[in-house]
Design a protein around this ligand. Structure first.
Ligand SMILES: [Zn+2]
Length: 156
């Protein structure tokens, strides 16, 4: 009897885990649909690795070596084939905000990120970039008192 209870407990746990995975994909479906298309385009040879449960890819469509990335749910696309922990941690922060916002992620964070370069303010002063840095455990380090010369440093 005790053994049967253990089997039932394990089955319920596995079923619950599957339900959670499906629910997270449905909650972030718009960004995951775009990500799956990009992954298909990138190909498995562009896969760089995993960062805290998120899959990281090098995306060839972005201008190389500008040190940026894009996050679509559980998928991070880095514009360089060289692993940049600060950028990837920042994108991980966006991934966490995607989990909070669900279907609202693309119309809010996505749209603001696209419009951000035209705002005239420092890129990381925008609310969604500041929030991603906080959730990803990253800070912006400005070099030579020049706001245009900066990098992202992991702080935790
Ligand atoms: Zn960002």
């Amino acid at each position: 009897m005790k053994k049967n209870w253990s089997i039932i407990k394990t089955a319920v746990k596995h079923t619950w885990n599957i339900i959670k995975i499906i629910a997270k994909h449905l909650w972030q479906l718009p960004q995951h649909l775009v990500a799956w298309c990009l992954v298909w385009f990138c190909g498995s040879e562009r896969y760089l690795g995993e960062y805290k449960g998120r899959k990281v890819y090098y995306h060839p469509l972005m201008p190389n070596s500008s040190g940026e990335g894009v996050c679509l749910g559980n998928y991070i696309f880095h514009d360089s084939p060289v692993w940049n922990e600060g950028v990837i941690a920042h994108e991980y922060g966006h991934s966490r905000s995607s989990l909070f916002l669900g279907w609202l992620y693309l119309p809010t964070v996505g749209l603001c990120s696209v419009m951000n370069p035209y705002s005239g303010a420092h890129y990381y002063s925008l609310w969604c970039e500041w929030w991603a840095n906080r959730l990803g455990g990253v800070k912006v380090v400005i070099r030579n008192n020049n706001p245009c010369d900066y990098y992202l440093e992991v702080i935790k």
